[in-house]
Design a protein around this ligand. Sequence first.
Ligand code: AMP
Length: 380
Amino acid sequence: MKILNPGDCIGIIGGGQLGRMMAVEAYQLGFKIAVLDPDPQAPLCQIADERIIADYSDPHAIAELGRVASAVTYEFENVDAGVLAELDREGRLFPNARLLAISQDRIQEKAAFRRLGLKTAGYLAVDPAAVREPLNQVERYPVIVKTARGGYDGHGQRRCANSGELQSVMDEWHDIPLVIEQYVPFDKEISVVLTRDQHGHLVDFGAIENHHQNGILDFSVSPAAVPDSIRDRAVSYAYRLAVELGLVGTMAVEFFVAGEEVLVNEMAPRPHNSGHLTIEAFEFSQFAQHIRAVAGLPLGNHHQLSAAAMANLLGDIWTDHSALPDFSAALAVPATHLHLYGKRVARAGRKMGHLTVLAESPTTALRRADQARKALTAPH
Ligand code: AMP
């Protein structure tokens, strides 16, 4: 284990908002940041000490990042785990390459969940070579078809109500591995964000409740309104994954809660959109804990300061209205924190920023977050 000193450089693969929020914490501890991203205008590229402008999986660029940085992390999963093998062997890649490879592929990921005794929705893994067979094996509809690799924010998945719809999706995606998943009529979606340090100590942020719109996270609320027994089971599942897969850094695990059942949906070996509210709601945020873990430092405590709700700000807020969002109207809502990621171009569905609102209860926080976001576009 190597403990980083102030002035040492942390390399981040991916220059998006997650990397930028990691960097803010790293700077507070006196570290330098090098970023690898193809877009020189990406949110983290705007503030990093060193920029390597190249494709995420370019082996020369990764080698360069390894030269300038003492430790390397990543802010999204779709990096070729193979090109990170050397950094991983040297013990300078956090989280490790095996965990990254598993979480990149829904088939491997679900197999790992089951192997470790976690419950998932019923599913079939579909090999492109065996396209026809799975149709006969689906006993109940609806199902959700997901591409095994590369999906995000609702991309790469389709809901099918009957065998005809399933057939046409499978015809369209005939040449790629897929997962056909039973649709879960869940009561709630929750996530557990947790951090493990290089000595194996763990901290978590409890259960966070998530509301999606069109497959994209819309609101997150902490703490989630679930019984303690459900929260404890989700947290213990997340701990099992973190320990068994050798996590170092911050990870998120997403669950469906259906009655008494807690089904694991997917994991992300990095800070997560549902954990953004930890910046204000916890003494140490998911980003602060992540940087501590990567730097070989002890974790901060897991003390929650306040209930909170987070509302994502998608590009639609910019593109659907002729005027700029009215940020001062949103900030007039009590205890509202605004985060903008510095993206130059707003597009529908693109995450441009978020609002976090603290309040005495999660329901009040959610109501105010909704109010603050609506204020951005209210006519005045
Ligand atoms: P995912 O990319 O797997 O996180 O899916 C994105 C969102 O789609 C989830 O957060 C759910 O809201 C919904 N979803 C995905 N899989 C299922 C499922 N098996 N049953 C019901 N809803 C699902």
